[in-house]
Design a protein around this ligand. Structure first.
Ligand code: KIV
Ligand code: ZN
Length: 395
């Protein structure tokens, strides 16, 4: 439990990071063993609760990465992903065993009619049987077993409940209810989690996990709704990487809980000051940057150009910032000078550069700055220095 500023006890939501599994399996994001280890070390600093290190049966390299992470990373639990197949589960354990008590097997099978019919070509009864057998086998290695009903959101609810109840009886301690194709909306997802809470006899013996994809841009909102309905583990990835439109963005979900603790009585164990370093490390490794307007870690997330906004920021930062840049690991916000900027910000920046102009000079310099800003996207400090030198020549 963490204690909220008002003294209330807030419930902890576990952060299960899948940057190195779901994230890594998406186009352009694959990493070599050394790179996966570097990201895992950063996730350790971030204090996520679980690192899903990879899919050991997928390749020799992924097996090796999971093995090394299981050997070297100490704080978080280390999960390995595997299908509901004996060979997959055995291989996952081979790599994970080095994490000792911190090892988690994450096994899954699809439960929606669409997946069972077209992909698995299996009847529901056989899927149920495979799920139970997989969990029993995983539980013979470790008591820390997570089971995922792939495409849970498009699964018939009574069947979803039947599978969840059976895998908990078989030994699953975490049940994952993924929105595999990013199809749900917050209210519907809330209802699904509530349905399971109310209709699965043994649900209180397991932690409900949610794993949302972002195909409709709703992964973070859906994860929050699921937590409000009773989920206590959220699966997410740095920079929101993952299959197709990605997974729930770790930094966005964590900062939403932190920023709105006034109405969300939950907390995570994440050291939020490590979010920006984590985002930048991942970008440096994969070469894939985030868009400038990406929440929390985008270049513009704490940048202000419009005059009215800059004026507000100079009066009090809470006018236009709902969280501090320091809280996510940035040293400060940025007041970017461009054609929308006003005199306040212009004067402040000149002063910071050591230029103290009298009122008349400042007015002239400001006019010239505006003319320049109309020609350029951004006016840099060097431009301002040149402008002031020019101004003094004209005196
Ligand atoms: O999206 C998904 O369903 C997954 C697994 C948890 C099966 O990545
Ligand atoms: Zn996924």
């Amino acid at each position: 439990m963490a204690t909220a500023p008002n003294g209330d006890e807030r419930q902890i939501v576990r952060i299960f990071d899948t940057t190195l599994r779901d994230g890594e399996q998406s186009p352009g994001n694959s990493m070599n063993i050394e790179e996966k280890l570097r990201v895992a070390r950063q996730l350790e600093k971030l204090r996520v609760d679980v690192i899903e290190a990879g899919f050991p049966i997928a390749s020799e390299g992924d097996f090796e990465a999971v093995r090394l992470i299981a050997q070297q990373i100490r704080g978080p639990q280390i999960a390995g992903f595997c299908r509901a197949l004996d060979a997959d589960i055995d291989r996952a354990w081979e790599a994970l065993q080095y994490a000792g008590e911190n090892a988690r097997i994450h096994t899954f099978i699809a439960t929606s009619d669409i997946h069972m019919k077209y992909k698995l070509k299996m009847e529901p009864a056989r899927v149920l049987d495979a799920a139970v057998k997989a969990v029993r086998r995983a539980a013979s290695y470790t008591p820390n077993v997570e089971f995922a009903c792939e495409d849970a959101v498009r699964t018939r609810l009574p069947f979803l409940a039947e599978v969840v109840e059976a895998v908990i009886d078989a030994g699953a301690t975490t049940v994952n209810i993924p929105d595999t194709v990013g199809y749900t909306i917050p209210f519907e997802y809330f209802s699904i989690i509530r349905y399971l809470k109310e209709n699965v006899r043994n649900i209180d013996r397991a932690v409900i996990s949610v794993h949302c994809h972002n195909d409709l841009g709703l992964a973070v909102a859906n994860s929050i709704a699921a937590v409000q309905a009773g989920a206590r583990q959220v699966e997410c990835a740095i920079n929101g990487i993952g299959e197709r439109a990605g997974n729930c963005s770790l930094e966005e979900f964590v900062m939403a809980l932190r920023t709105r603790h006034d109405i969300l009585p939950f907390a995570t164990n994440v050291v939020t000051e490590q979010l920006t370093p984590a985002s930048r490390l991942l970008t440096a490794i994969t070469g894939i940057g985030v868009q400038p307007n990406k929440a929390i870690v985008g270049a513009n997330a704490f940048a202000h150009e419009a005059g009215i906004h800059q004026h507000g920021m100079l009066m009090d930062k809470s006018t236009y910032e709902i969280m501090t840049p320091e809280s996510v690991g940035l040293s400060s916000s940025a007041l970017v000078l461009g054609k929308h900027s006003g005199r306040h910000a212009f004067k402040k920046r000149l002063e910071a550069l050591g230029h103290h102009l009298d009122e008349e000079c400042l007015n002239r310099a400001f006019e010239r700055f505006k003319a320049l800003a109309d020609l350029k996207k951004e006016v840099f400090d060097e431009d301002l220095d040149a402008l002031v030198v020019d101004e003094s020549r004209q005196e």
